[in-house]
Design a protein around this ligand. Structure first.
Ligand code: APR
Length: 244
């Protein structure tokens, strides 16, 4: 795909950058997306937004864990790709003027070295107490099924530390992302179908404040109309070219 010199210049000259990523940024690492088909869209006949829901945690926690352990198993052999690395490189140039907001729970951005990152939807390698105490538990990627099972403090069962359908985002995370998006001069959305809110609203916020907005996605999304440029292709191929 041809990228215009004008766009490359725009990216190179941006002083404050906010990037939103979704499942598509990890697709080239072998992580299945949710809405692009693939083998994670349905679990035992249940759509992913049903098995990954607050209601299922209440009604059938073992089944939720089975699904999340399955996904942790898929992730075990996945490594960061060129897109994750390019974003880490971009951050190293702009430092505190770069914020990566990800909807992904796979931890691949952090593995690639990104530090100014907000994991809006949590992390699949962490668990927390179902009673809502503040203790969190890191799991080893190789520890499948997960362990431990019970909270040391409350004796209550643990659940994945991810934001499920029907749940609120962790306090403060989205607010910080909004503050940054309000004030950036370049906003980039990569590999997200832009249908899950509030993450999808970040582009609207940045656009309203006059940021130059770029989308990278092989497919058109409901938010494509917002962007100054929509680059149709794979993140791992396009990002290194833009940031050359
Ligand atoms: N490069 C860039 N984009 C890609 C690539 C790629 N190589 N491959 C696929 N895509 C695009 C798809 O076209 C699709 O638009 O990535 C997008 C993935 O969309 P979703 O699967 O809907 O993922 P996401 O937008 O992250 O979902 C948001 O929904 O299920 C919840 O909590 C879950 O965080 C997730 C949220």
């Amino acid at each position: 795909m041809q990228i215009s010199a004008e766009l490359i210049k725009k990216v190179a000259e941006a002083k404050k950058v906010c990037v939103l990523t979704g499942a598509g940024v990890s697709a080239e690492s072998g992580v299945p997306t949710f809405r692009g088909g693939g083998n994670s869209a349905v679990w035992k006949g249940m759509p992913f937004d049903q098995i990954s829901s607050a209601r299922m945690v209440k009604e059938n926690l073992p089944e939720v864990w089975e699904w999340f352990d399955y996904r942790r198993g898929v992730l075990k052999d996945c490594k960061p790709n060129e897109a994750h690395r390019a974003l880490m490189f971009w951050e190293s140039r702009l430092r505190e003027n770069f914020l990566l907001v990800t909807q992904n729970i796979d931890g691949l951005h952090t593995q690639a070295g990104s530090r100014n990152i907000i994991e809006l939807h949590g992390n699949i390698q962490r668990s927390k107490c179902t009673k809502g105490c503040r203790l969190k538990y890191e799991m080893l990627p190789t520890e499948i099924p997960h362990s431990p099972d019970i909270c040391d403090l409350c004796d209550a069962p643990l659940r994945p530390d991810v934001v499920l359908f029907g749940e609120m985002l962790p306090e403060g995370y989205f607010e910080y992302a909004v503050e940054f998006a309000n004030d950036c001069d370049l906003f980039m959305s990569i590999g997200t179908s832009a249908v899950v809110y509030p993450a999808a609203s970040l582009a609207e916020i940045a656009k309203k404040k006059g940021a130059f907005c770029i989308e990278i996605n092989p497919e058109e999304t409901p938010a494509s109309y917002l962007y100054n440029e929509s680059l149709r292709g794979k993140a791992g191929e396009i990002l290194p070219k833009i940031l050359q």
